[in-house]
Ligand binder design. Structure first.
Ligand code: PLP
Length: 490
């Protein structure tokens, strides 16, 4: 299967590229992103066939349907990483929380957040492609907390790939920071920046677009790639768990095969929701996809009013920081799918120049045949954490945003799959406050408090962080980033 561009082709670049080209070099003609030329049709027969498949077997079959230019043995090795999740037989448990609300837990991997679902296998695939081509790649990431640890974890000690990860000093939780600064591998560099996430991200962007920086990399024979969620190498792995969760509901007899369900997704860059949308297009029986946002509710506005408007907005820091996003990159793939490349290009250029765009009434109606949306502020999220815990289920603040949308958006009483994207251990101070009204605890104190209140254990890979040596103590000013990266690259 080949990949084409969301904003059309300039005649200078290839009309279409293979999967491996799309993931090694995600840059293309007009600043758009790659999408599959067509999607495979899976349908009910496929679901029937895989009712008894385990996660890896299902994943293999879905990837086979995409006919990727990656060796089967590499895919097997990549999918083998799901064996390292908490339960090798069931890496994505689905738990009943209310009569018709089931939570699909995507956080049982090494860094305790859903980024592992895609980044774990992605690292193996990218490193293998780089080795086969005898090329060296640099991956640069700016993180507000979850992408950084997951990116470092997947590439540590992988051949032909080096990773530089920038994080805002003081802008992540202790656990997230420790997950990064205690990583110990020669191909990884973690740098704290004086400033906030936007500073880290804009520093990264200006480096990526700097010709002199690119020339210096070229002189070292280093290619640039990216591990952010515009890389289709991540999206490809994010369709599988939607299909798995559906089959799990059939196995648990919550639904019969063929019944429609709602997918309920806490959204930021829209990668998770896009995976659900593609799964639906391939034949998964989905009624609608419910998009949950926090107070940074651009997606709610887009889906409810057709307006994507950043003019009077700046990012609001919330207790669900992985969703503190205003420019949601994968929305572009949905626009392309609904409205085609020339309209997508027009809308995206408008967003660049005017900081806003507006869909027509007919376009909005089309979008709403698939997506519905609501947003949830911190206070309300905190209440959902408390009441849901009182009902017997402990969840993190990102997952909590879904509960409001679940209550407000559904127009049919269908079973809903709500995605849980992080373990409670990653956002413990806020959860301790929700559960027992303790204010301003450190991560370490909050972990202990929740573990006592909820009678649950702190996983070893979180506990161990507090005693591991810090291998990346560096915290610097933005202006020194380039020279530090070049020093690291040698
Ligand atoms: C990344 C992330 C999200 C947002 O997912 P998108 O695919 O970017 O929409 C939600 N919750 C957590 C915990 C995350 O790490």
């Amino acid at each position: 299967m080949n990949f084409i561009e969301t904003r059309g082709n300039d005649g200078q670049h290839p009309q279409s590229v293979t999967f491996s080209q799309a993931i090694l070099s995600p840059m293309n003609s007009f600043g758009g992103i790659y999408v599959p030329e067509t999607l495979p049709t899976l349908g009910l027969e496929f679901l029937q066939q895989h009712l008894q498949s385990n996660y890896k077997e299902l994943a293999k079959a879905v990837l086979d349907a995409f006919d990727l230019d990656v060796d089967a043995s590499v895919i097997d090795t990549a999918l083998g990483l799901y064996d390292e999740f908490d339960d090798a037989n069931n890496p994505v448990p689905v738990t009943k929380v209310r009569e018709d609300l089931y939570v699909s837990e995507l956080y049982h991997g090494p860094t305790r957040a859903f980024k592992d679902m895609a980044l774990q296998p992605f690292g193996t695939v990218l490193s293998d492609l780089a080795q086969k081509r005898q090329e060296n790649y640099l991956i640069m990431a700016a993180t507000s907390g979850d992408t950084g640890p997951a990116t470092l974890e997947t590439f540590k000690n992988k051949a032909n790939v080096q990773v530089v990860c920038l994080y805002p000093d003081g802008g992540t939780s202790d656990v997230q920071r420790l997950q990064m600064v205690t990583e110990d591998a020669a191909n990884l560099k973690v740098i704290g920046i004086h400033g906030d996430f936007d500073d880290a991200q804009s520093a990264l962007k200006s480096l990526l677009s700097s010709n002199t920086f690119r020339e210096k990399l070229k002189a070292k024979s280093i290619h640039l790639s990216a591990a952010n969620s515009v890389n289709f190498g991540r999206i490809i792995f994010q369709q599988i768990y939607h299909i798995h969760s559906y089959l799990e509901l059939v196995r648990q007899k919550a639904i019969s095969l063929g019944d429609n369900v709602y997918l309920n997704v806490p959204s930021g860059n829209f990668g998770n929701a896009l995976g659900g949308y593609y799964a639906m297009k391939m034949g998964l029986p989905v009624e609608k996809i419910i998009i949950a946002s926090n107070s940074n509710n651009v997606l709610t506005d887009l889906i409810n009013t057709g307006k994507y408007d950043l003019r009077n907005r700046s990012v609001i820091a919330t207790t669900s920081p992985a969703m503190d996003i205003l420019k949601s990159s994968n929305v572009e793939r949905v626009l392309y799918d609904f409205f085609g490349s020339s309209r997508t290009k027009e809308l995206m250029l408008q967003l660049d120049s005017e900081n806003a765009y507006e869909l027509t009434g007919a376009e909005l109606e089309q979008l709403r045949t698939v997506f519905i949306a609501d947003s949830c502020n911190d206070e309300s999220g905190k209440n959902y954490i408390k009441t849901t815990f009182d009902g017997g289920y402990l969840m993190d603040p990102h997952t909590a945003t879904c509960f409001k949308a679940y209550e407000s958006c559904r127009d049919k009483p269908l079973v809903t799959i709500t995605y849980s994207t992080a373990e409670w251990t990653k956002f413990s101070p806020m959860i301790a406050e929700a559960l027992s009204n303790e204010q301003n605890l450190t991560d370490s104190e909050a972990l202990k408090s929740i573990s006592k209140t909820a009678k649950t254990v702190i996983p070893d890979n979180i506990n161990d962080l507090f005693s591991k040596p810090i291998t990346h103590p560096m915290v610097i000013d933005k202006k020194d980033i380039e020279s530090e990266i070049l020093k690291f690259l040698g």
